[in-house]
Design a protein around this ligand. Structure first.
Ligand code: AHR
Length: 539
């Protein structure tokens, strides 16, 4: 019954696309209701036990963090259009994008890079806009950087979002002095020259700098350094972070990438904290490429099933990456003081034909949403040490939440995945034990077909996230918790094809639908459609 329903919807896909939007939404909702009703009688193959009597660590809200770099149209056109733009804006920040990001409850934004951070000189981005220096963005295409978006504009963005600020300082082409002066400009409430300059530029009170990153990818674009060389530089820079006591940022060292643990180990072994030196976190980067090869990464859409599988399978390598680095942290920092910060992650595809290679603009499909949700589930497993992650990047770059085209804007499937998982920000992790679930197999390889995560939300409700990674087969799941489940409600995301995506002409092809379920004999039976994500609040 389940597979009949899903294959029929594939066959009728073409004529369905021709229906007007309202009729399509109606049929989509109807088919989902039918799907859940008809399938609730089927036999449960997978069982999920929620151990809500054993809540674990808090899932830091910043695990759902964002990253915005001066790259392509990530800032200019995506977030910032300028006061004089015909695109509706408030003091230069686009209203539509801001509203969508507010709805997402973005907890933290990392800025200004990325590779760009190590060539960014903060003084270029302050003062009257018509007097700001035009520079060249040598990291990303050599385009002219107007510096219209600088320190004041960034803080206006995070303050309007209600998000924490994560500022990455320039180590590669900067100096401890330049960093120290920027920190003073941002945080000092004194009558010193830098605080007065900030006031003269329109900001009376200091800003709250929650996180300070010391350089970026020191092993590569940040200066091609060895861990030994960078660790010494880290100590040098971090010693000169002087802020008022009530505005002390969490200080994060630039770490390794992929499976490496050497950077984590070296930093922990050689940075000894003192009254002048702190190490609060180590950053790490991991990007998912469908093929695993930088020379031919794979397409964002129109990919074969084999690449659906390889992309999801490669993204799950994050579990091993986090486990091995956390092992090193647990050995060398038994007080569990130093956090792990995965401050760049996400998919990276080949740029579409004809598109600028340096803009890193890519489409975003249902595959990205499923991949994001799989990452969230793994992140929750490491809640004790993982203090932040930042998907790359927020708007128009790599795996973004939002795409813009002039005045048009669309929300990507990844946006919807982040939106579905909002209740997990600050929730206490609850073990979700999956039993009996089959694998989704491709040849000799397999990944779990069903992934589950659970959390006790700050509203007191028990939330469950479920993913079906299989491209064609639904799964019947029985859910139990420590007390009977009377009902559940939430939202589900799926799409008509593996690469279902939104376009400017059809921005709502992929969007969540609501789901209401009733418990039976204390348990909950869910028929999870293929290639779907479901987040439920259980009562
Ligand atoms: O996110 C794009 C780039 O990827 C960042 O600038 C860099 O840190 C990483 O290599």
């Amino acid at each position: 019954m389940l597979s009949t329903l899903s294959s029929r919807s594939r066959e009728t896909g073409r004529s369905f696309e021709k229906l007007p939007m309202t009729a399509r939404s109606f049929f989509q909702s109807l088919s989902l209701v039918l799907f859940f009703l008809l399938s609730s009688a089927a036999h449960a193959e997978t069982r999920v036990r929620l151990e809500d009597d054993k809540p674990g660590p808090t899932i830091d809200k910043n695990i759902y963090g964002q990253f915005a770099e001066h790259l392509g149209r990530g800032i200019y056109g995506g977030i910032w259009v300028g006061e004089g733009s015909s695109i509706p804006n408030t003091r230069g920040l686009r209203n539509d994008v801001l509203q969508a990001l507010k709805d997402l409850r973005v907890p933290v934004v990392r800025w200004p890079g990325g590779c760009y951070a190590d060539q960014y000189h903060w003084r270029d981005g302050i003062g009257p806009k018509n007097q700001r220096k035009k520079t060249v963005n040598a990291s990303w295409g050599g385009v002219v950087e107007e510096n219209a978006f600088g320190t004041h504009e960034f803080f206006e963005l995070v303050e309007r979002l209600g998000a924490d600020a994560y500022v990455s300082v320039n180590v590669g082409t900067g100096s401890p002095q330049e960093m120290a002066e920027w920190v003073e400009y941002m945080t000092s409430d004194s009558k010193g020259a830098l605080a007065n300059l900030r006031r003269a530029n329109g900001r009376e009170k200091p800003w709250r700098v929650h996180f300070l990153g010391i350089g970026n990818e020191a092993w590569g674009c940040g200066g091609s350094m060895t861990p030994e060389y960078y660790t010494n530089l880290y100590k040098h820079f971090a010693t000169f972070i002087k802020t008022p006591k009530d505005n002390q940022p969490i200080v994060i060292a630039s770490g390794g990438q992929n499976r490496e643990t050497t950077w984590t180990q070296h930093l922990l072994e050689h940075v000894k904290e003192s009254w002048t030196l702190r190490l609060d976190g180590i950053s790490h980067h991991y990007y998912t490429l469908p093929t695993g090869e930088w020379s031919r990464k794979g397409s964002a859409i129109g990919f074969p099933e084999q690449e659906w599988f390889s992309t999801l399978s490669r993204t799950l390598e994050i579990r091993g990456i986090l486990a091995s680095n956390v092992r090193v942290l647990n050995q060398l920092d038994t007080a569990k003081k130093v956090g792990f910060f995965l401050d760049e992650w996400g998919t990276w595809y080949d740029s579409a034909e004809g598109a600028s290679q340096s803009d890193l603009y890519q489409q975003n499909s249902l595959r990205d949403a499923v991949l994001a949700a799989l990452n969230f589930h793994v992140f929750h497993e490491f809640a004790e040490r993982l203090r932040m992650t930042n998907i790359a990047q927020m708007v128009n770059v790599l795996q973004s939440m939002i795409l813009t085209d002039g005045e048009r804007m669309l929300l990507t499937p990844t946006y919807h995945a982040f939106h579905l998982y909002r209740p997990f920000q600050g929730a206490r992790r609850v073990p979700a034990v999956v039993r009996g679930g089959p694998d989704y197999r491709q040849g000799a390889q397999g990944i779990p077909k069903i992934s589950a995560t659970a959390g006790l939300g700050s509203d007191g409700k028990l939330y469950l996230g479920l993913i079906n990674t299989h491209p064609r087969d639904a799964e019947q799941i029985r859910i139990d918790r420590s007390s009977p489940i009377a009902k559940a409600s939430g939202r589900m995301l799926t799409g008509a094809s593996l690469d279902a995506h939104n376009t400017f002409a059809e921005p709502n092809r992929v969007r969540p639908t609501t789901v209401e379920l009733t418990g039976s004999k204390g348990s909950l039976e869910v028929a999870l459609p293929p290639r779907s994500i479901l987040v439920l609040a259980l009562e």
